[in-house]
Design a protein around this ligand. Structure first.
Ligand SMILES: *Cc1c(COP(=O)(O)O)cnc(C)c1O
Length: 350
């Protein structure tokens, strides 16, 4: 058995996506920006789906996020975000090295800063406020390190009102927005309403081979295209990848639902076998975060599970992340839970 739960970029491409990739790859490539019909259509369809004026198709989510930072913040200006956000934990070097912006960190609730925490961050700046003004509020939905948690919509709407009142921009890192959309009651247009910009990943649960989208109004996207080029992120030809992404989005919903189901099956099977040794196992979306009170067991558990074909990721503070994607069937999820349980029983009692 091989069950790789290290990331949601590990799902296989579907036959429909591969067919679209192939078909677009055999026609004459386009050259200038949006000359390609699939690139132009993808940008338009994604913007409509999320209620924005326009969007920009980019090779990575990190590039999309960093273009947003560049457009909202001058060097030395501040971004308010959760301490565990992808921006603060995986992109801190990019924020500093590419954009020279300052991160101001909040300990959000399940990864999501509450409106009063944001308000405090906005008014509580250092006294040299001119230099470290908060220009940008940065939210992540769903939140990776908190375990795929969905941002409460009342938080989002309250924070968007605060951003307006304090003249700060609001960006959503929506690498996993597809999960929030499927797990909640909001339509995709309402989910991000009030954000000035957002990034959505195409290469994770959405099932495209590569890519992310940066959403914003028309002027923002025009500027974003300029910064894309400046950062060396102009990629040509993009037609086949855009065609593949469009085909992928047609199937996204069912892949999301399958991943939520397999995450639940895995969590339930593990809780039945092991009780609460991994903390509460109630995934909201496609991530199951195991929490071990004995941190020293993490490396051993990860290594021995790997030897038995189950790959999971060690995080700090006794956490282990298991991410579900289209490559995991219900039966495989249940087998993976047995492997993790057996390994834990062996090392936990030794
Ligand atoms: C994956 C991810 C990104 C970055 O996307 P890349 O395409 O890997 O650069 C940003 N934010 C979150 C929350 C992610 O999970």
């Amino acid at each position: 058995m091989i069950c790789d739960l290290r990331s949601d970029v590990l799902g296989p491409l579907s036959r429909e996506v591969l067919t679209a990739l192939n078909a677009a790859g055999t026609r004459a490539p386009a050259f200038t920006w949006r000359e390609d019909i699939d690139e132009a259509a993808l940008a338009e369809e994604a913007a409509a789906l999320f209620g924005f004026e326009d969007s920009l198709f980019l090779p990575t989510g990190t590039l999309a996020n960093q273009i947003a930072v560049r457009l909202w913040c001058q060097p030395g200006e501040s971004i308010l975000t959760d301490r565990q956000s992808h921006l603060a934990s995986n992109e801190a070097a990019s924020v500093a090295g590419i954009n020279g912006a300052v991160l101001r960190l909040i300990d959000g609730v399940g990864g999501h800063p509450a409106p009063d925490q944001i308000e405090q961050g906005l008014v509580d700046g250092p006294s040299s406020a001119a230099a470290r003004r908060v220009k940008l509020i940065w939210l992540e939905n769903t939140h990776n390190r908190a375990g795929g948690t969905v941002m409460p919509s009342e938080y989002f709407h309250a924070i968007s009102a605060l951003a307006g009142a304090h003249n700060a921009a609001l960006h959503v890192d929506g690498a996993r927005i597809w999960h929030a959309f499927a797990a909640g009651a909001e339509t995709s247009q309402v989910l991000l309403r009030g954000a000035g910009s957002a990034m959505v990943a195409l290469n994770k649960i959405a099932g495209a081979p590569i890519g992310a989208l940066l959403l914003g109004d028309r002027a923002f996207v025009d500027e974003a295209a300029r910064v894309q080029k400046m950062f060396g992120g102009l990629w040509r030809p993009v037609g086949p990848f855009a065609a593949a992404a469009r085909a992928a989005l047609k199937q996204c919903r069912s892949r999301v639902e399958q991943a939520h189901e397999t995450a639940r099956l895995f969590a339930t099977a593990l809780a039945e076998r092991c009780g609460s040794v991994f903390g509460e196992l109630k995934p909201q979306t496609n991530i199951v975060m195991l929490r071990l009170s004995n941190e020293s067991l993490v490396a051993l558990l990860v290594e021995q599970a790997r030897e038995r074909g189950v790959r999971i990721s060690p995080y700090r503070d006794g956490k282990i992340r298991c991410v579900f994607h289209a490559g995991v069937s219900p039966a495989l999820a249940i087998s993976a839970a047995s492997v993790v349980a057996e390994v834990f029983e062996r090392i936990g009692s030794s």
